[in-house]
Design a protein around this ligand. Structure first.
Ligand code: PL4
Length: 387
């Protein structure tokens, strides 16, 4: 028999969101009439804009013609889409040759771990999106937690952070919903330079930022091109969680210790492990970056405002202004206890903060993705919550 990959023993038995589903089932069985509202997984609910759907249609019809048929695409992605991302999202900070189209940010997190290889020291925010932890453990790398607490405005204390090879950093941050300022990112870049680290900046929620003073990309900060990779996603901005489309940016200046451009190895890895995002999805991405009004973030931010208005009345609530999440403190009880109470009192499914890391203990993450009717109903139920 083949021995099991020992790194699997380092993981929790269930992935956070599967664990939540598991805990929901007995409640649903005992309370078959309960109308549960899911504010747990950050999954979009609103239909994709007609303009983008027309892009998908055009791409599909073309595939059915002799002239328009396309097979495998360029390993780095459709050049038109890369040009649009460089122009529209990065506004000249980035060249199309530095853009790599993918099937989503999560997939890129996994592939980036393969790029760096095993036995690294990887620093992650605590709390963090669970894929950061699990991919680090699966690569047998050492984990450094950077606590992000209300006391430090949910930004890590870099003076207490040991040197590391890679920093996985998310802003707007899932789950605390805070956005790192330019000054904070400048400090992070200085830390990376001083320690010869590479930052992987996860900007999956950048489209939710409304304050023009807050950076949407790490490349808005001087010096980032020498130390940072950025990953981005169409999932939340235009509802592509099921369509699957994202990108990574690897600047020319980013080098490994021996002088090899990181971009060179990333291209090699992508060509080896990936055959490109679906050409229909990429066509939708091109349409999403036309000048049409296709962005769904304003709708979800209004949901966040509705939930926040209610939660603010009784609890210390963070986020919601530039993020589709609310990070709510329920003191004197564990996150899982609060999860169970909210489920039993309000019939609302949430995500326990401790599932994102030890510093999430005592918090609950509320997702503001949902139909308006359900969000308003959730807000009504939350006014009666007694915790
Ligand atoms: C549920 C910081 C959600 N089953 O869709 P992608 O792959 O482009 O983006 C995934 C992603 C990347 N980076 C961050 C994210 O928060 C997410 C999505 N996170 C959440 O509720 O935290 C959806 C999670 C999915 C999962 O486990 O990834």
């Amino acid at each position: 028999m083949v021995t099991r990959n020992k790194n699997f023993t380092r993981l929790n038995s269930g992935y956070l969101f599967s664990e939540i589903q598991k805990r929901k089932q007995p409640f649903q069985k005992e309370n078959p009439d309960a109308k549960l509202i899911s504010l747990d997984i950050g999954d979009t609910t609103e239909p994709i804009s007609e303009h983008i759907i027309n892009g998908f249609k055009t791409a599909s019809v073309k595939l059915g013609t002799a002239e328009g048929y396309l097979g495998y695409g360029h390993p780095q992605g459709d050049p038109i889409l890369r040009q649009r991302i460089a122009d529209k999202i990065y506004k000249g900070f980035i060249q199309p040759e530095e853009v790599f189209i993918s099937d989503g940010a999560k997939c890129d997190i996994g592939r980036l771990q393969m790029l760096f290889g095993p036995d690294r020291t990887i620093a992650i925010q605590d709390p963090a999106y669970p894929a950061y932890l699990d991919t680090t453990l699966l690569m047998n790398s050492n984990l450094v937690y950077m606590p992000c607490l209300s006391e430090n405005d949910f930004f890590p204390d870099l003076e207490k952070t040991p040197p590391c090879d890679v920093i996985l950093f998310c802003s707007p941050h899932n789950p605390t919903a805070t956005v790192a300022t330019k000054e904070q990112l400048q400090k992070l870049i200085e830390f990376a330079k001083a320690n010869s680290s590479i930052i992987v900046f996860d900007s999956a929620y950048a489209a939710f930022i409304r304050d023009p003073q807050l950076p949407k990309s790490i490349y808005e900060i001087e010096g980032a091109r020498e130390v940072a990779i950025e990953i981005g996603s169409f999932s939340k901005s235009v509802g592509f969680t099921g369509v699957r489309l994202g990108w990574s940016i690897v600047p020319e200046e980013l080098l490994f210790e021996d002088g090899t451009p990181v971009k060179q190895d990333w291209y090699r890895l992508i060509s080896t492990f990936f055959n490109g995002a679906s050409n229909i999805a990429q066509m939708g991405g091109i349409s999403a970056l036309d000048d049409a009004d296709v962005n769904a973030t304003t709708f979800y931010l209004e949901n966040a405002r509705i939930l926040k208005q209610t939660l603010d009345q009784k609890y210390t609530t963070y986020g919601g202004d530039h993020s589709p999440y609310l990070w709510v403190h329920f003191p004197n009880r564990s996150s899982w206890d609060s999860f169970e109470e909210i489920l039993s009192q309000a019939h609302i499914i949430t995500t326990p903060g401790s599932g994102f890391g030890p510093s999430g203990e005592g918090f609950i993450r509320f997702s503001a993705f949902g139909n308006r009717e359900k969000i308003e109903e959730a807000a009504r139920r939350l006014t009666k919550l007694s915790l």
